[in-house]
Ligand binder design. Structure first.
Ligand code: P6P
Length: 328
């Protein structure tokens, strides 16, 4: 039976019951509502991109050395203002901003957020799925917030979220031991509970890597991907959130390894690998650099990159075993 939208609980109804009570009491829902508000803004701009002047680039280059797309700038503004003004966030770090934004040291601002406002924005010009990704931490004390407070291992996240702007717009929220999905209902503007207690399927359905980089991989990564190629079909959108979301719901493994050109990998630890690996682990999956658990990596700077292997835990382990055996 299809439930009427009125009967489907909204994000705040579900998370207020499912998240740890101390986080709800401290304003986690305020943070998630700010993320949802920013996501609705990005969704609206994305759906009308060509009509809303959201195609192409700004001509600027960001701290990553990447050309800033028009939607990157609009998405950054949307999420920075929503999170800065929500009243629960002490500081935030954004892929598009070189420095962290320090909002308030007040004790009633207990949260820290690291985010990628628009991931895969180069795909917007060709109407391919893009996403937004958020790592959420609680301050450990009431001391004034500094950069060091943002350089914490991913295992210390209290929550993580991402939004996938695809054939529908879905916000996925993870807290300890629980992952739920909420689909944006254009009629009401609400994110409604569409995916209850997501767990990654036991069977891996595909491997996801840019095979065009094969010539740059180290021999041990060549061996690992050869093993995957023999057992699974290839699915690769080229938009991290799209590839991750498919693997989470269908089973799969995503890899963006370091290689001879980029030893540290391409993707960022703080606001891409950490939040997605937090989601993966709460859903029964795993995330690795290839040699260690992503969530155990101690960040050294806000925008550092990392190799990323994430998805079905048994397949991640198979890959890391091949990497270690082939390297020795
Ligand atoms: P490549 C998009 O630019 C992005 O940052 C991720 O969303 C995606 O997983 C990756 O880069 C794709 O990189 O080198 O395969 O085009």
């Amino acid at each position: 039976m299809v439930m009427t939208d009125a009967a489907i609980p909204a994000l705040t109804d579900v998370v207020s019951q499912s998240a740890p009570a101390e986080l709800v009491a401290d304003g986690l829902l305020t943070v998630l509502e700010a993320i949802a508000a920013g996501a609705k803004r990005v969704d609206g701009l994305t759906r009308r991109a060509a009509l809303a002047g959201m195609l192409g680039d700004t001509g600027e280059t960001n701290v990553q050395g990447e050309i800033v797309q028009v939607l990157d700038a609009a998405g950054t503004d949307a999420f920075v203002s929503a999170l800065r003004d929500c009243g629960a966030v002490a500081a935030l770090a954004c892929e598009e901003l070189e420095e962290a934004v320090f909002v308030s040291d007040a004790a009633d601002h207990p949260y820290l957020v690291m985010f990628d406002p628009v991931d895969g924005s180069s795909n917007i010009d060709v109407a391919v799925t893009i996403g937004s990704i958020f790592a959420i931490y609680r301050r450990t004390d009431d001391a004034p917030v500094t950069d060091a407070a943002l350089l914490r291992p991913g295992r210390e996240q209290c929550a993580a979220a991402y939004v996938v702007y695809g054939s529908s717009t879905v916000m996925v929220v993870a807290t300890e031991g629980r992952v739920d999905g909420f689909t944006l209902d254009p009629a009401s503007g609400e994110f409604l509970h569409s995916h209850d207690q997501i767990q990654i399927p036991a069977k891996c359905a595909a491997y996801s890597v840019n095979e065009g980089n094969q010539g740059n991989w180290h021999p041990e990564m060549q061996a690992a991907v050869s093993a995957l190629r023999a057992d699974y079909g290839l699915r690769y959108v080229g938009s991290l959130v799209a590839d991750f979301h498919r693997d989470l719901l269908k089973g799969g493994i995503f890899l963006y390894p370091g290689d001879v050109k980029s030893p540290g990998g391409k993707l960022r630890l703080g606001y891409e690998a950490n939040p997605l690996c937090y989601v993966a682990e709460q859903a029964g999956g795993a995330g690795s650099t290839g040699t260690e658990r992503i969530l155990d990596v101690q960040p050294q700077q806000l925008h550092q990159r990392t190799p990323l292997i994430v998805g079905n835990a048994d397949v991640v382990e198979r890959v890391t075993t091949i990497l270690s055996e082939s390297a020795s």
